[in-house]
Design a protein around this ligand. Structure first.
Ligand code: NAG
Ligand code: NAG
Length: 247
């Protein structure tokens, strides 16, 4: 009995700082290529429609970025600097989503380098006092003659997943979730999210909102204690996505 009482006291004592920490709102830093960036990606839709009042963030997505150029061009330094700036007032989460440009033959980034660069990004976020989240790359929406989307980021999906699971890093499988959704929609309905009629990679403004909701739903479902309280839900949109219906 005494033992039980003291262990209860002990857990109450260690639990309270955790509760205080969980009560901080979130500062989101979004690192990635054009499929995250403003005007073509899901990042702005994420910040403007899924983040609850009190939390906020910045979209550092950069068109054409690889895991190498994002660092070399200075974007990554800004992400790390922002973690330092915001970590006292917020829990700072950094999403890391690359692959579309790394995979191009001209990128100069090998698969081994892609893997090492993702891990280094995640480790540096942690060292700076933030929390990394790896995202497998958003699918392109190029359909094959069999009516299914071409899964040409599967290797990058695998590598991102491996980096996360073998290093205990938070991650979500945006690649497979977006593949499943656009396969359920089919080519005609999926084309409604194209930035231009023949651009099957980038998203228009509404497409950004829809795919941002997929990102948000994956985060809340997998890590509810971290994200649910800081997320603005849209049950209608989430239900349409889950049902594989056009939103
Ligand atoms: C991805 O990983 C799975 C399971 O490890 C494997 O079956 C599949 O062939 C891999 N795909 C690619 C494209 O690397
Ligand atoms: C929620 O989703 C529905 C269905 O897609 C959409 O019509 C509506 O504008 C969204 N509501 C908000 C507040 O974003």
């Amino acid at each position: 009995m005494r033992l039980l009482a003291s262990s209860l006291l002990f857990s109450a004592a260690v639990a309270s700082p955790l509760i205080e920490r969980a009560a901080k709102p979130i500062y989101w830093l979004l690192a990635g290529d054009s499929t995250t960036a403003p005007a073509g990606g899901w990042g702005d839709g994420f910040l403007s429609t899924t983040v609850a009042s009190g939390s906020t963030g910045h979209n550092y997505g950069h068109g054409g970025a690889t895991t190498a150029s994002f660092r070399a061009g200075g974007d990554w330094g800004k992400v790390i600097k922002d973690i330092g700036t915001y970590k006292s007032k917020y829990d700072v989460y950094t999403t890391i989503q690359f692959g579309h440009n790394d995979q191009k033959e001209t990128s100069g980034v090998t698969l081994d380098q892609y893997k090492a660069n993702l891990l280094k990004f995640a480790q540096e976020v942690t060292s700076a006092g933030g929390q990394p989240i790896l995202l497998t790359p958003l699918t392109r929406r190029n359909f094959q003659s069999n009516g299914k989307v071409l899964e040409n980021l599967a290797t990058q999906r695998n590598i991102t997943t491996q980096v996360a699971t073998s290093n205990n890093i938070k991650w979500i499988d945006l690649n497979i979730a977006s593949v499943n959704y656009v396969n359920a929609l089919g080519k005609t309905a999926a084309s409604k999210y194209n930035l231009a009629s023949d651009d099957w990679t980038h998203l228009n403004t509404w497409g950004g909102v829809v795919f941002a909701r997929i990102v948000s739903d994956l985060l809340v479902e997998k890590y509810p204690s971290n994200f649910q309280a800081y997320t603005k839900a849209n049950a209608t949109l989430s239900a349409l996505i889950k049902a594989g219906k056009p939103a």
